[in-house]
Design a protein around this ligand. Structure first.
Ligand code: ADP
Length: 401
């Protein structure tokens, strides 16, 4: 890590509303934990400030203890301290009950709850004598932040994945450990385990996995279309997803009922949040489909590659930045020092997604040796925090000035 690691350590505080594995809804939870660990490994001091949700998964919190209390916003706030994945975490528990509602998001007054938390967290830093991340930032947050006038402060940095948390060589949720050297065997056994666990036919068929929050951002209509297209092409589909919106959840429950009667041995929709199952899908699938309408970074395509699954994505945001189409993006990949690693499409209609999915499935049927070498190749690409953590360090340095 060259010059940056030799500089004096900085004190970085992440004020966050999700943190894997104790309070994870989506990628934000992964990023808070894995970015913090990466920055800590560069010898900087990292603290995390998190709401003390009543639904925290406390089994992953070590040395949990009362720390102090202070008042802010007309209420007393109790502060608790504990360690999560080796990271120091301060948990704020306002006595107004804002985080005692049994959920992270979707409690009706999220704007109010998280607005309160942002202020309360800054007040905590002030009152406890922490002197981190930036004066300008605290002023902004203390005022009423509107994004447009602050665009010059926005920086796009890709996320990374934590290679220890997502590691097919050391993953208790998959049947055998594998690396790029035995990826074919590792994935074959994982696919069988996945098929057995979900009651699908244990056959050598192309398997498309989808792991997502079911919201319009994630391209719901494209997901539905891709399920039917995959079945038409005699493939299997496993979807793991849950919808915060009950109408969307209902819609998928109906689709699941329909598919489980028409294609019971080839389609399974698991409409819940299930971390262990997600690991088995990443390992057992041939393809991970991510047809998002917009995507700030996206982690599922990166995790897919870590497990030797081939991403099939819509060309948008971070998906465009990390997935390079085997037929069209050789030069763009080379400019990043990479080989192409997946299939992608433009547009947001059936024709677009068909174009990518058909090529992917045909490659599986028609060129297994080539396909296997692609799985090996994507596993060897580095999607950890090695690169993005350095970008963050640069940003932290700039923020101090
Ligand atoms: P977002 O943050 O918009 O949800 P990301 O792709 O950045 O999207 O991150 C999604 C993360 O949440 C990934 O780690 C993915 O594996 C996980 N995830 C999404 N849905 C589920 C689910 N139903 N069960 C388990 N993990 C899920």
């Amino acid at each position: 890590f060259g010059g940056i690691a030799k500089e004096p350590p900085m004190h970085i505080v992440h004020i966050a509303v999700e943190m894997a594995p104790i309070a994870k809804v989506g990628g934000l939870g992964d990023v808070v934990t894995s970015l913090s660990r990466a920055v800590q490994e560069l010898n900087h001091h990292v603290d995390i400030v998190l709401p003390k949700y009543d639904c925290l998964n406390f089994s992953h919190v070590k040395d949990f203890q009362y720390n102090r209390s202070y008042s802010w916003g007309g209420t007393e706030i109790k502060v608790w301290f504990g360690k999560v994945e080796g990271l120091p975490v301060y948990f704020l528990e306002p006595q107004n009950g804002f985080f005692g509602k049994g959920c992270i998001y979707g409690c009706g007054n999220d704007g109010e709850r998280f607005g309160f938390f942002g202020h309360a967290a800054l007040e905590f830093l002030l009152q406890s004598g922490f002197h981190p991340v930036s004066h300008t930032y605290s002023k902004e947050v203390a005022g009423n932040p509107a994004i447009a006038p602050n665009l010059y402060k926005f920086h796009g940095i890709l996320n990374g994945i934590d290679p220890d948390i997502w590691d097919p060589y050391n993953d208790r949720f998959i049947p055998i450990s594998y690396t790029s050297d035995n990826v074919v065997e590792g994935k074959r056994v994982a696919k069988q385990a996945l098929q057995q666990r979900l009651g699908l036919k244990t056959a050598d068929l192309p398997l498309v996995g989808i792991i997502t929050r079911l919201t319009h951002q994630k391209g719901i209509h494209l997901i539905k279309h891709a399920i039917w297209r995959t079945l038409e092409r005699n493939g299997q589909v496993v979807l793991l997803g849950s919808a915060p919106d009950p109408r969307i959840q209902n819609d998928f429950v109906n689709l699941a009922n329909q598919l489980h009667s028409s294609h019971n041995d080839r389609a399974r929709l698991c409409l819940t949040y299930d971390e262990p199952l997600s690991h088995l899908i990443y390992a057992g699938a041939d393809f991970i489909l991510v047809p998002s309408i917009f995507e700030p970074c996206g982690l599922t395509q990166l995790t897919a590659m870590r497990y030797g699954s081939i991403p099939v994505v819509r060309k948008t945001g971070g998906l465009y930045d990390t997935v390079f189409d085997v037929d069209h993006d050789k030069e763009r990949a080379q400019a990043e020092g990479l080989e192409p690693n997946g299939f992608s499409f433009d547009g947001a209609d059936a024709a677009g997604i068909d174009y990518a999915l058909n090529r992917a499935i045909s490659a599986w049927y028609d060129g297994r040796d080539w396909f296997n070498s692609l799985c090996k190749r994507v596993m060897e690409q580095d999607w950890s925090w090695n690169r993005p953590a350095l970008d963050y360090m640069e940003l932290y340095h700039a923020a101090r000035k």
